[in-house]
Write a protein that binds this ligand. Structure first.
Ligand code: FES
Length: 194
């Protein structure tokens, strides 16, 4: 059994025993509004950075050091740093940023990361809930609606629960110390098989 397999097994056991071996991150689905035409509803564009959704830094651009090393994820929306437009006109633009030692990534994940930061859609591929929780011991993303579990160090592949596919990722680079979109989502965002 690999260290990762063991970690997943331990997480499943803890969840079964404790019901909630995870740290709660605010559920933000309610923050989304119906899609509106215009730049705020465009999907993440190359050159976009990311803005905090909540907290005292709400609306500010996220720097790499703002993201806790080793988790949890930070929920953000893309922002055009030139115009200041936050792309929160569609909840499908909800993004998760997380930061790890890049040596723990698989090759494909490392290639889309920047300074150890990875970016994934924050919308569960099962039924579209916000992926709003974090399994702190196992280092996994967790959707509290029906229990889907994603591994952010391995392309957000599904390792548990009903989600049919991985969370789409964004390719990143760093500009002015901030994670910045280099490539758009790797696949379709939102629920569904494909
Ligand atoms: S919507 Fe995430 S597990 Fe069902």
């Amino acid at each position: 059994m690999t260290e990762r397999d063991d970690s997943c097994r331990r997480f499943a056991e803890r969840r079964a025993i404790l019901g909630a071996g995870v740290a709660l991150v605010p559920f933000l689905a309610g923050a989304a509004r119906a899609d509106e035409p215009g730049p705020a509803s465009l999907p993440p564009q190359p050159g976009d950075q990311f803005a905090f959704l909540t907290g005292e830094k709400k609306g500010q651009i996220v720097k790499a050091e703002d993201i806790p090393l080793g988790g949890p994820q930070v929920q953000v929306y893309p922002i055009d740093p030139k115009s200041g437009v936050v792309r929160d006109g569609s909840r499908l633009n909800l993004v998760l940023l997380a930061r790890f030692d890049p040596a723990t990534f698989d090759d494909a994940t490392r290639a889309r990361s920047a300074d150890g930061v990875v970016a994934y859609s924050g919308v569960c591929t099962h039924q579209g809930c916000a992926v709003n929780m974090w399994a702190s011991e196992a280092g996994l993303l967790f959707c509290s609606c029906h229990g889907s579990i994603y591994d952010p160090k391995h392309g957000a592949e599904v390792i548990g629960g009903p989600a049919p596919r991985a969370l789409p990722s964004l390719g990143l680079k760093v500009a002015n110390g901030a994670p910045t979109v280099a490539e758009g989502f790797s696949g379709r965002v939102g629920p569904g098989q494909h």
